[in-house]
Design a protein around this ligand. Sequence first.
Ligand code: NG1
Ligand code: MG
Length: 499
Amino acid sequence: MADAEEHVPVFKSLKDVYGNKETLWEAQLRYQKLKTRFFELYGHIPELYARAPGRVNLIGEHIDYEGYSVLPMAIIHDTIVAIRRQEPEDGPPSLRVVNTDAAKFSGFVFPADPFQEVDRASHHWANYFLCGYKGVFEHLLAKGVEIGAPVGYDILVDGTVPIGAGVSSSAAIVCASAIAIMAAQGLSFTKQEVAEFACVCERHIGTQAGGMDQAISIMAKRGVAKLIDFNPIRATDVALPRKGAFVIANSLTVSTKAVTAASKYNYRVVECRLAAMVLAAALGMPLPEVRSVQTLSDVEGLCVGFAATRGGAAAPVVAVEATLHEEPYGAAEIESIIQQRLTDVFAASPSFLEVLEVNRKFHLFKRARHVYTEAQRVLQFRDVVESADRDDLKLLQLGALMSQSHVSCSRMFECSCPELEELVKVCNANGALGARLTGAGWGGCVVSLVEERSVPGFIEALKKNFYQSRIDSGRIREEDLRTYVFASKPSGGAAILNL
Ligand code: NG1
Ligand code: MG
């Protein structure tokens, strides 16, 4: 697998990253402005730049943390981190972190200490920088590399990835920060190393996420989507049918997956773990082993054994339907099945203990059903892409899989919201071959598959049937529309720019 040994690339020209003429022209202006602002702030120009893209997940939602493969592609929107190492004459070393959008994101000064805690109680943007910064040193420590005296850095961040929209602005800033620190320290890591540690370090924020976002941000390749496998992380090219295009449309509702005690995201991770344990027990796994079950993919083998005569690829779903009940489980019922207290199951993770404090019901059947069917749909999507069918037939099949994914996210995983449902309906009524929420859900974006030639008409229809009323009511400005709805081709992954 070539990607696994490849290092994070270092480019000398913006042309290597920003493909077509229009985006290149915009990028040149953007980097020039960044350099000027950096000089105004710090009295020096940046030593180097690091950039990492956001992503859109085409299919495979809420299954990365269950160990199953997902199929995202990078988008052109990215986060740039401009960086310069402080010199002794700059004073005591610190991390000065400023955003170009200073009105929205105020600047921070952190101590130059790789092992400082990320303050989860105050949820601000610069925490994501800190995650990437810490990630580099935690990774070095794990490799047994000696870490010298802390060095200070001046940093300026500029991002174009829509925020809270399910297109992973968070992974873009974490990955760009991590590789900026890597390069400024004179180090070079493989893409696989960065993808692995960037996933772990982003958890300092509190969300116990899987590794999809960081993996695609680092391993993306221009022109292709990627099938991402986990444990270890690998990325395989998926060349999408040429006549198709993906349109990303923002529901204008910020995702509430949030970093609160009631974090819906962590709640789902807890439910999936409990579903896996209860399913394992029901399928006859001895109790001491049940306690070490982490994910639904850990139990797949047992399901196949159980449902061998009836199942095939559908075995896990057959096992779920035969052994779990559809009504939600209470804590007491689960504890009596697995013979362990839930507070002991999750004792190692404060984020999960918070979930137990505020939630009493656990929907094991629905969550497990979503995860197992979604995992199958990802592989079917890949198989359709690789089949010998004509492009137009492929597009119909891919669209159908995306729509099935949405229904499962909405009804079984319950991570949709009224605005996403409305937008998906509008997309389907206006020529989408398939449409689904993308990313964590509970707000954020919808991704639609449409025929390339009908993209302009499709966007026009969304404007008329979804956005116009929101423009009229003053919620958004007409001139910002292109940031809320746009077509995207697969973009390239993270890189260092030595301009
Ligand atoms: P977004 O959409 O960026 O919040 C989240 C997780 C992913 C994945 C998706 C759902 C983070 C950082 N990432 O993505 O790992 O689980 O939800 O498929 O929270
Ligand atoms: Mg995110």
